[in-house]
Design a binder for this molecule. Structure first.
Ligand code: ACO
Length: 321
């Protein structure tokens, strides 16, 4: 286990809230179907903000919550699959907006889809020591890769960003677990614009997010349970002793299935997908910040963050606060 603390957290969502009833007007769906099958009631969708600005707003809130200044930060990692540019990275553009001009800052993006925030925390933990203070962000504008005429996907996702400040600290301990399994079958994918022009039949178009919901469901429930067990290995802590589990906010049925299977009460699981939908790499970061704001995270508590997503990827972070 590593002596690392979360010094602060924050989140940001765009201004426009889309309800299930709003979606009834644009696709063949109903509030009843969406609520019963997913648990989602509303999601926030960007009209004017990009991934950089959402990530930056979450970062500003996390910095204020930690009581530090941007100048204290020397490592910035952004988990996203919807960065605004291929380059510069989202992290570098957030660095600029925050006015972090020191020459000894490392800033970069990573993509592990909905597990991205877990991966980014894991990477930050390995780099802290050499670096003093990490700003770890999960930020997405998924609305730009959603086909808003496809009822199978458009009801599920939202935009947003969350951030934490991580730094070495004796008070709390963390353990990390990550896993990936390459899968090019198209079960969960959004194809990119960068096929090489020399390739035959190359198309310079990108595809909307496509998902085989049932396959993803099967993967997700196993990934959550496996990740929780693996991250607790060597900690001496059992799943029953965990005070709060903050899972990737994809679908209430995935979470309640896992709770039943593991024999854990639903009250242990923090849920905000009803409000925000699935915000991919941002979801766990937003949920952590919101749980902290609500006073649900207190010193001495044992917490697990757990994610799963395209790739396939999955992973977890154990935190003894
Ligand atoms: N409104 C009304 N009907 C719908 C909708 C909708 N929004 N979407 C699909 N349907 C229809 C389908 O077309 C299908 O109709 P048919 O029987 O006439 O063909 C019917 O509902 C049943 O469809 P299923 O796909 O079998 O529905 P299911 O019960 O599996 O629920 C869901 C679909 C909610 C997507 C489910 O499979 C699921 O939760 N999967 C996990 C998906 C997920 O969480 N993905 C994100 C995680 S990974 C990541 O975060 C990137």
């Amino acid at each position: 286990m590593k002596n690392i603390e979360i010094a602060g957290s924050g989140y940001a969502v765009p201004g426009r809230c889309i309800t299930n009833h709003d979606l009834e007007k644009t696709v063949d769906t109903s509030d009843e179907w969406i609520t019963a099958r997913t648990g989602i009631s509303t999601r926030y969708v960007s009209e004017t903000e990009n991934t950089v600005s959402l990530g930056c707003r979450a970062a500003v809130n996390a910095i204020a919550n930690a009581g530090i200044t941007p100048a204290d930060i020397d490592l910035i990692i952004v988990a996203t699959m919807t960065g605004d540019n291929l380059t510069p990275s989202t992290a570098c553009l957030i660095q600029e907006k925050l006015g972090i001009n020191s020459r000894h800052v490392m800033a970069f993006d990573i993509n592990a889809a909905c597990s991205g925030f877990i991966y980014a925390m894991h990477i930050a933990s390995a780099m802290l020591g050499q670096y003093r203070c990490a700003l770890v962000i999960g930020a997405e504008t998924l609305s730009k890769i959603i086909d808003w005429t496809d009822r199978n996907t458009c009801v599920l996702f939202g935009d947003g960003a969350g951030a934490v400040i991580m730094r070495p600290g004796e008070k709390s301990h963390m353990a990390f677990y990550a896993d990936s399994a390459g899968d090019s079958s198209g079960t969960l994918q959004a194809t990119g614009p960068l096929l090489h022009p020399a390739l035959e039949n190359c198309q310079r178009t990108f595809g909307y997010l496509h998902m085989d919901g049932k396959e993803v469901f099967r993967f997700a429930v196993k990934a959550i349970e496996d990740s929780i067990h693996h991250v607790l290995e060597g900690t001496g802590v059992t799943p029953e002793e965990i005070d709060l589990i903050i899972p990737h906010q994809a679908n209430i049925r995935i979470i309640s299935y896992v709770a039943r299977k593991m024999g854990l009460p639903m009250e242990k699981f923090f849920i905000n997908l009803d409000t925000f939908g699935n915000t991919s790499a941002a979801s766990i970061a937003i949920a952590f910040a919101q749980a902290q704001q609500q006073g649900l995270i207190r010193p001495g508590m044992k917490i697990v963050l757990v994610g799963f997503g395209a790739g396939f990827t999955n992973g977890a972070v154990y935190i003894r606060m």
